[in-house]
Design a binder for this molecule. Structure first.
Ligand code: RNT
Ligand code: ZN
Length: 412
């Protein structure tokens, strides 16, 4: 009943809720696996490094591939719409007694996840892991002046390209392979150029491996600073944007990776004008790149509005990237993913043509009034309807609680 009323109210504003629901159903979110275990992975289980940090010690963290798999299934069951699994190389699963270092990883080390993905009919995205490893020397990987270190990580990148292609072939879905390196300096460097030149050379070496560009989309993620790397990061915005443009790979913007008043929502349109595809890591930075759980806030909505009103749903790879260890991790995961979907739905329910026309006609008073009115439309009823149609419960806290009692609390 309430949905019918909501539908009518939206229709009066020229918005078709049925169309919005249909479009939302088909948007794929790339679900980051690392919320489940505080970015630990299975290959080395080293302390998290690279200037990123999880804080909190909530019980029930996944310790094994089977536990992580179980948790991901729980998350998938509570999140509507299309999903992909986003893995890091550090989540390789070895046979008993076997071990392969990052420069020797092979597709078979990810057969576990391919089986998982195939059984669930989802694709896999991938990330080489350039952190939490003894070969990260002085916080440097691909930009290291130590040739042994640099070479090790170039090899890692090459191995990951091969694994990404394997994911695409096995699952039938293209694989997005994202490169992010933590490299940088705590204090003012004497030479800003040489590390970037080495990073450029290393990327060229990695990308010299032939790969099928229709199956693997390589993305490059920039960053402004990291913890302990406050003064300089090698993979800055300018470096990554220019490199991606020259090499015709895909730029990736993480909204925690810019100065605090700089907004990714304002960057999307420019990036779309010059790139066939762009990629996003949706996160929530609180005072720094803290990777808080994404909520239904202004900037998440604004980012989604940009994707929708620029007609770019098929040109933006949307992934999540946050990790909170201070609350139930399944709940954190689900809340963040649902928030992105809510923001997408909210964007799909805007009378965008009317609003664009008001702007073009300089009717800014009316535009403001309409924008504010749209915020109090019965959005929740449409969201609820979407969840019902997808067969996903809207009150997921009870489910999470039961899962905590029956599964997570037993992990001691
Ligand atoms: C770090 C980057 C990067 C990582 C993940 C784990 O600041 O955002 O994307 O969060 O690869
Ligand atoms: Zn990121």
């Amino acid at each position: 009943m309430s949905y019918c009323e909501a539908k009518e109210k939206y229709a009066k504003n020229g918005v078709d809720t049925e169309r919005a629901i249909e479009l939302l159903k088909n948007i794929t979110l790339s679900v980051h696996c690392w919320q489940g275990d505080d970015v630990t992975g299975f290959d080395r289980k080293q302390a998290l490094s690279g200037g990123i940090q999880t804080t909190g010690n909530y019980p029930g963290k996944a310790r094994t591939p089977d536990e992580l798999k179980e948790d991901i299934d729980k998350v998938f069951s509570l999140v509507p719409g299309k999903k992909k699994l986003n893995l890091h190389a550090s989540y390789a699963v070895f046979a008993d007694g076997e071990f392969a270092d990052r420069d020797e990883l092979r597709p078979e080390h990810f057969a576990y996840w391919v089986k998982f993905a195939k059984e669930r009919g989802v694709g896999i995205d991938f990330n080489p892991t350039f952190f939490s490893h003894p070969m990260v020397k002085d916080n440097l990987t691909l930009s290291s002046p130590d040739e042994e270190v640099r070479h090790f990580w170039v090899e890692h990148g090459k191995r990951c390209l091969e694994i990404s292609e394997y994911f695409a072939e096995e699952t039938g879905f293209p694989c997005v392979m994202n490169i992010w390196i933590p490299d940088g300096y705590k204090d003012i460097p004497a030479d800003r150029l040489a590390p970037r030149a080495r990073f450029k050379k290393s990327l060229d070496e990695i990308l010299s491996v032939p790969y099928d560009r229709s199956k693997v989309y390589v993305t490059l993620e920039s960053k402004v600073f990291g913890i302990g790397l406050e003064s300089y990061t090698v993979g800055s915005a300018e470096f990554c944007m220019n490199y991606a443009a020259c090499k015709r790979i895909t730029p990736l913007m993480d909204n925690g990776h810019y100065h605090p008043t700089e907004l990714v929502s304002d960057k999307i349109s420019s990036m779309l004008l010059f790139n066939e595809k762009i990629a996003l890591h949706i996160t929530r930075g609180v005072r720094w790149d803290s990777d808080h759980v994404v909520i239904f806030d202004d900037e998440t909505r604004e980012i989604c509005k940009e994707i929708v009103r620029n007609n770019a749903l098929d040109r933006v790879f949307i992934a999540t990237d946050y990790f909170d260890a201070s609350i139930n991790r399944i709940s954190a995961w689900v809340t963040g993913l649902r928030s992105v979907q809510k923001a997408l739905l909210f964007a799909l329910l805007q009378p965008e043509n009317t609003m664009k026309a008001l702007q073009a006609e300089s009717r800014f008073t009316e535009l403001m009034v309409l924008s504010e009115e749209m915020k109090v439309m019965p959005f929740g009823d449409v969201w609820e309807e979407y969840l019902n149609r997808e067969g996903v419960c809207s009150d997921f806290f009870a489910e999470i609680n039961a899962y905590e009692n029956n599964v997570l609390s037993k992990r001691v």
